[in-house]
Ligand binder design. Structure first.
Ligand SMILES: C[S@@+](CC[C@H](N)C(=O)[O-])C[C@H]1O[C@@H](n2cnc3c(N)ncnc32)[C@H](O)[C@@H]1O
Length: 251
């Protein structure tokens, strides 16, 4: 399948939030290699450079560089896509839209690359740095239409809660990258983390619950079942969904 032409690497950092990240708690704990065999490594070396995010100052320029029209295409972001099953499935379902996947686990990235190659998907770009750096340095303000964070690492021990992805500074950075009509979809099978996310989002003036205030959401219509969901179900744990938009700053 014809993969997209190589895209230019960033000439310089962009946007007002381009200062290097200095807070060590925002930098993921090392890029995770996992078990990455020689074929997967070759795919990473050969295909990943062709799937770099376009560099652009705003949403219109980003989508124009990506060969589409900002008035019709939606820009998705999936944070921590794992093996990429949701991202690839949605990208195949919605060829007119554009999908950014961010994942630090290179074995998972290699799985997604295989699927991109096998299915000829041309509307996905991949970043393997931590999501904080990508949001701050590579994603223009007010550009994301849909953000998916499904089954983020739960860090169940109390002493590890500070490692959880969903924290107020992260949510504020994310809010600055969402369009006014954007949707943020979260899911977890860890009830403590579900309550943690609900409490943070309900108490945050930047976000509004798109269903009932204070309540979890039903499974989204575009939901793609993943390995994590099947495992949770097999172990008798329900999946909690959350769906938020940006609060109207005028209210
Ligand atoms: C439990 S897995 C869920 C995978 C996938 N979303 C799914 O539903 O199958 C969480 C993923 O988030 C990734 N992750 C953790 N911290 C990250 C970060 N700061 N930036 C990007 N990805 C991250 C991990 O590598 C892991 O693959």
């Amino acid at each position: 399948m014809p993969l997209p032409d190589p895209l230019p690497t960033p000439a310089s950092p962009q946007t007002e939030a381009s200062a290097p990240l200095t807070d060590p708690s925002l930098i993921p704990r090392g890029r995770k290699k996992g078990k990455t065999g020689p074929q997967a490594l070759r795919r990473l070396e050969q295909l990943l450079p062709m799937l770099e995010l376009p560099v652009a100052a705003d949403r219109g320029a980003l989508l124009a560089q990506w060969g589409t029209d900002a008035s019709t295409a939606r820009l998705f972001l999936e944070v921590g896509f794992g093996n990429g099953h949701t991202l690839a499935t949605l990208a195949a379902r919605h060829p007119q839209d554009r999908f950014i996947g961010v994942e630090v686990f290179l074995g998972g990235v290699a799985s997604l690359l295989l699927r991109i190659q096998q299915e000829g998907l041309v509307n996905i770009r991949i970043a393997t740095q931590g999501i904080h750096a990508i949001l701050a340095e590579r994603i223009p303000p007010a550009s994301l239409d849909r953000v998916l964070i499904h089954f983020p690492d739960p860090w169940p021990k109390r002493s590890h809660h500070k490692r959880r992805l969903i924290q107020t500074p992260f949510l504020h950075l994310l809010a600055s990258r969402m369009t006014p009509s954007a949707q943020l979809s979260l899911a977890t099978d860890w009830s403590h983390y579900a309550q943690w996310m609900l409490a943070l989002l309900e108490g945050d003036e930047h976000f509004v619950n798109l269903g009932q205030p204070g309540q979890f959401a039903p499974e989204p219509p575009d939901w793609v079942e993943t390995r994590f969901q099947r495992k949770a179900q097999a172990e008798g744990r329900p999946v909690f969904h959350l769906l938020y938009g940006l609060a109207d700053p005028g209210k």
